[in-house]
Design a protein around this ligand. Structure first.
Ligand code: ATP
Ligand code: MG
Ligand code: FE
Length: 362
């Protein structure tokens, strides 16, 4: 079965083709540069960019993979969560294509797709504990199969990725700053007393990162010398490179200490979730923040201690892409699941419903 995946939930426009669980080809256009001047994603601009580039990306993918639209058996699309206007571009495109090519339509939960993505690289163990750490979400799930996700814990305020990006902004790093915090954090040892690990002295599986972000901001206010000059260019590598050794050491210490607080909070909550679920076979860590070096090491250590099969996607599969949508859609289509043209986009803050159109496909 040939499944096309479409991703337009935020600031990446992407298409990919998966045949029988294997990636055939993919195209991705990021809007990072377009939004960088605003320091964050502007929803209206994101929608317009998706509309502008999606048809071209699709045409290029078909040409380069040597396929005609009629070859497509299923069209999978990220239906949410995400920005409503951005999602609607992908969902409308998917509906029109599925109708004109007589292909099945499959609406995919973008968050589940992040966690299923590593199935493109290796087989997934079930049941698994899933940790999704991305720009908009911090979720733990019990995952029993590709369509059975039980939400165990979630963030009460900022997502882990948001905390990374806001700390980076406080330090005047280029946008989006998560990966720069990661890089500098590797240059020194964390001071484990410097920043709090919030919301851990309770039995809850939920997370809170906004206090940690504020603690970093307060620390930086007291040490204004660590803030980089404001940068107009999005690259910014030169400004980071120009830091004098003393200042660099200080900035690196902030990054390492903040990163450790996030990593250790995630460890505590995942361990707590594991105690609640009982025996799991695997630990799946996904989403953009799963690219973080210290978090990968922390989770590797945890998986080893609990005898869990650790599943970590490669860095390109961590952040938004359409391969994960095509792969998830293919899994669901293989199970006979599909949607009809009433499929709705589901924005942030709403739970993505399991409203399959029940007629078995095929
Ligand atoms: P969501 O999936 O919740 O809708 P999103 O799709 O915008 O959000 P992703 O693309 O999964 O989020 O991840 C982007 C986030 O990952 C950003 O916050 C970015 O800073 C962060 N990130 C990327 N690389 C790293 C890294 N090496 N260390 C820490 N954070 C990182
Ligand atoms: Mg993105
Ligand atoms: Fe995402």
């Amino acid at each position: 079965m040939l499944c096309l995946g479409i991703e337009t939930s935020c600031d990446e426009t992407a298409v990919a083709l998966v045949r029988d669980g294997r990636l055939v080809g993919q195209k991705l256009a990021t809007q990072i540069d377009v939004h960088a001047v605003f320091g964050g994603v502007v929803p209206e601009i994101a929608s317009r960019e998706h509309l502008r580039v999606l048809p071209t990306l699709f045409r290029e993918l078909m040409e380069e993979s040597g396929h005609a639209p009629e070859d497509i058996d299923a069209v999978a699309v990220a239906r949410g969560p995400g920005l409503l206007g951005a999602l609607l571009i992908g969902v409308s495109f998917a509906k029109a294509l599925s109708l004109s090519c007589n292909a099945r339509l499959v609406g995919v939960n973008h968050l589940w797709a992040h966690l299923l993505a590593p199935g493109l690289e290796r087989s997934l163990p079930f049941p698994a504990l899933g940790l999704l750490v991305s720009g908009g979400h911090t979720h733990t799930y019990r995952i029993d199969s590709p369509v059975e996700f039980e939400l165990l814990g979630k963030t009460l305020d900022d997502a882990a990725g948001e905390a990374f990006d806001k700390v980076a902004k406080t330090l005047n790093f280029p946008y989006p700053g998560g990966k720069h915090v990661d890089e500098l954090a590797q240059e020194t040892e964390p001071d484990r007393k410097l920043f709090p690990r919030a919301f851990i002295d309770n039995p809850s599986l939920d997370f809170s990162f906004s206090g940690l972000k504020t603690a970093v901001a307060v620390h930086v206010q007291k040490h204004p010398e660590v803030v980089l000059p404001r940068m107009d260019d999005v690259d910014g590598a030169s400004a980071l490179g120009a830091l004098l050794p003393d200042a660099r050491e200080h900035v690196a210490r902030i990054c390492a200490s903040f990163n450790w607080s996030v990593a250790d909070t995630l460890r505590i909550k995942v361990e707590r979730a594991l105690k609640k679920t009982g025996h799991m076979k695997g630990l799946v860590v996904a989403g953009g923040v799963a690219a973080n070096t210290m978090i990968r090491e922390t989770m590797a250590d945890l998986a080893q201690r609990y005898g869990l099969d650790l599943v970590l996607p490669g860095p390109a599969l961590c952040t938004d892409n359409a391969s994960m949508i095509a792969y998830s859609g293919w899994l669901m289509a293989e199970l006979g699941l599909q949607h009809d043209l009433n499929l709705e986009a589901v924005p942030r803050g709403r739970v993505v419903p399991m409203d399959w159109h029940t007629r078995k496909a095929g």
